[in-house]
Design a protein around this ligand. Sequence first.
Ligand SMILES: NC(=O)c1ccc[n+]([C@@H]2O[C@H](COP(=O)([O-])OP(=O)(O)OC[C@H]3O[C@@H](n4cnc5c(N)ncnc54)[C@H](O)[C@@H]3O)[C@@H](O)[C@H]2O)c1
Length: 391
Amino acid sequence: MSNGIGIVGAGMIGAAHAFGYRNHLSKFASRLPGLNLTAVADPNATLARQLAQSFGFSRTVSDWREVVSDPEIGVISVALPNFLHVDAVEAALAAGKHVLCEKPLALSASQARRLYEQGKSSSVCAATVFNYRRIPAVTEIRNMISAGELGEIVNILVQFQCEYAADPQLPHSWRYERNRAGPGALLDIGTHAIDTARFLCGEVSEVAGAVSTISIKERFLAACSTVGHNRVELSSERRPVDNDDVMSALLRFDSGAQGLFSTSRVAIGMGNTLSFEVFGTKATARFSTQSINQYQIARFDGSGQTPFATVFNRPSSPNVGSMLPVPFDGVAVGYAEVFGFMIHDFLNAIAEGRPISDGTLLDGLRAAEVLDAIQASADNGGPVTVERSPV
Ligand SMILES: NC(=O)c1ccc[n+]([C@@H]2O[C@H](COP(=O)([O-])OP(=O)(O)OC[C@H]3O[C@@H](n4cnc5c(N)ncnc54)[C@H](O)[C@@H]3O)[C@@H](O)[C@H]2O)c1
């Protein structure tokens, strides 16, 4: 198989993929001979060129199909708007290419299931981007839970609160249309919170109830092309917003634990914040991306005032000693570095000829099944059992 890398979609997150490949490429020189940064695809030629030049990709093309049909390309990152994920991943798998698809894997669980089935019967490595799993503190808490250090998990509060859409003057885009994005905050950022809840507490069996709010009901179209959450000049034409700005839900896990989930894209002051508190019978652990280099743990001491201890990143923290150029106590990791850990895991799985272990297509499918149930509960106002397809 050819070892050219192609990124499809040169918008906001395409750059994080490019940064990850650039940083980890040389580590695979002997195991994936000829691995190289081949092409960036985007109909916005300026964006594609800027990304290719910044990170050293050889050429640009205007559509994802040209990357999928390129015989020199064997590794593809899908960083397209949500509604294009299924077509691009299906075509990449059919062409025998390794594929790393942005979350959400698809707009619905039934679409995600199609991709999962296709991936299962293919010999390539196929993965869903769940970058927040790779944060050293998050992985460490998960390892402690698996080792029983927190005892039985009783409940989790998990949130993804963002400010990116709080400005009504931000242009309308694919993100605000249920047709092209699926649900709003729920699918865009809630996916990460649900994946984190699953990563820590296992499968969700039931959504006991959910509530959805659209707080900014229409937005102006951009007067020019736009990327990510950028502010640009607006036209005078308005379009309705028909997916959620805020979504909250009450969850039940297979284990019997309960979960409280909330996500918002209009949370003023919150930046881009994933956070959780997970409560066990022996200890409580808490984490927020606002303090990404640490977590806190309170191990029950019977005093009635069990204190939290803060644990900072250190060389033995997951991914720190092995991946960071400066792996000393308390040295910070950033968003793009963590994103690179995901790219590294993907390339490593390809080099070893095995499926990726974290951020599989099944993880993408399982998250989609929970999101479908949350949306159904918000639509119908009652409890919804999570329809988990057999694998
Ligand atoms: N993992 C994360 O933390 C994270 C963060 C942000 C976005 N995302 C996901 O990444 C995806 C892209 O989001 P974004 O914010 O970068 O969006 P964006 O709108 O900034 O970029 C999407 C790009 O795709 C391009 N595109 C559209 N049609 C195309 C085609 N036929 N061929 C090639 N390119 C095409 C657009 O021109 C645009 O530049 C979404 O699925 C989003 O959910 C993930």
